[in-house]
Design a protein around this ligand. Structure first.
Ligand code: TUI
Length: 323
């Protein structure tokens, strides 16, 4: 499935893995890259030294391209940005902010830069400052989100920029991927689908909650603080939303959520922790290795596109009839 993105990144599949905080460690990133896609280490709020070690571990395990996501609210973002340039990381994605100030540093080091954006304005700005592509991430995604859905955001971003657009948010199978291609995306980024991959080292409780979740099981906390975050609903989200409704202070809310993601991912505390996952979690019912996930995504996507071509022929609008 050659697209502008598979060519740009020198990968086999147009399905890349989201750089999820705490979740996307070297084990997952190396497995996804080795299987033929782009694995991405998620820096989240981790210290710079941790990021350096993770890069070394991926390099030990694969010769294939991989990426690092820089979460821009990380207090050590400046230092991590330097490391990414020093290590000549093939692809850097960014999240939760504007990476403009690092752009020339990365471009000089030959790093391909793919900011994650949640609006047309940010996509245009990123194109102007030299981004190689953008990930247009709809609010169906897990974790830190914007306002607009994938269905509405992707075609608007596609129309607004010349660089290739990668769709993200609410996609976990071939139907979603085919739909994203119909909207003009040149690849798809997935998070929740890769959380349950065999090679992904999150606590089994985290994977089990995803398998058990239904369509209506995610909640968005933090809308009042300006940092909306989507997670699977649990005791933590109930308590947070109750406090938010009562007008609790920022400090009180932060105290509640601090370390919640680590508690869920590492300790398996899926009731009091923060189980970040997208709205598509309800569709994710099996794990599999990264290689199996990618092969299945490819065959499903091609089957959907083929079915669409059959549909056109039945409608009397197949390419042969039109000639
Ligand atoms: O970054 C994400 N998703 C994330 S980051 C994260 S780490 C975290 N942990 C605990 C609490 C909060 C966060 C978990 N999930 N997705 C990419 C993304 N970026 N979504 C939305 C944006 C975004 C938002 C605003 C990008 C740019 C932007 O620009 C604001 C500005 O500076 O104008």
């Amino acid at each position: 499935m050659k697209t502008e993105i598979t060519e740009l990144l020198d990968i086999k599949y147009p399905f890349i893995q989201g750089g999820m905080a705490w979740v996307a460690t070297y084990e997952l990133a190396a497995a996804v890259s080795e299987a033929g896609s782009l694995g991405i280490i998620g820096s989240g709020g981790a210290p710079a030294q941790w990021v350096r070690e993770q890069i070394a571990e991926v390099k030990k395990r694969t010769q294939k391209p991989f990426g690092v996501n820089l979460m821009l609210m990380n207090p050590e973002a400046d230092e991590i940005a330097e490391i990414l340039a020093e290590e000549k990381i093939k692809v850097v994605t960014t999240g939760a902010g504007n990476p403009e100030k690092y752009m020339s540093l990365w471009k000089k080091a030959g790093v391909k830069v793919i900011p994650v954006v949640a609006s047309v304005a940010m996509a245009k700005r990123m194109e102007r400052c030299g981004a190689d592509a953008v990930v247009a991430e709809g609010c169906e995604s897990g974790g830190h989100i914007g306002e607009t859905t994938t269905m509405a955001l992707v075609p608007q971003v596609v129309d607004a920029v010349q660089i290739p657009v990668i769709a993200a948010g609410g996609i976990a199978d071939g139907r979603g991927a085919a739909a994203a291609f119909m909207l003009g995306a040149k690849a798809v980024q997935m998070g929740t689908r890769f959380v349950v991959a065999e090679e992904c080292p999150v606590h089994q409780n985290y994977k089990d909650i995803i398998f058990k979740s239904k369509d209506i099981d995610t909640r968005v906390t933090g809308r009042t603080t300006g940092h909306p975050v989507r997670t699977i609903r649990n005791q933590q989200t109930r308590e947070y939303l109750r406090l938010e409704k009562e007008g609790a202070s920022l400090e009180e809310l932060e105290r509640l959520s601090l370390g919640g993601l680590r508690r869920a991912v590492v300790e398996g505390d899926v009731t009091g922790g923060s189980v970040m996952a997208g709205q598509i979690a309800g569709l994710v019912k099996k794990g599999g290795t990264c290689a199996e996930i990618l092969e299945e995504l490819e065959s499903e996507t091609l089957a959907v596109i083929n079915k669409t071509m059959d549909m056109l022929i039945k409608m009397g609008r197949g390419s042969n009839e039109e000639k």
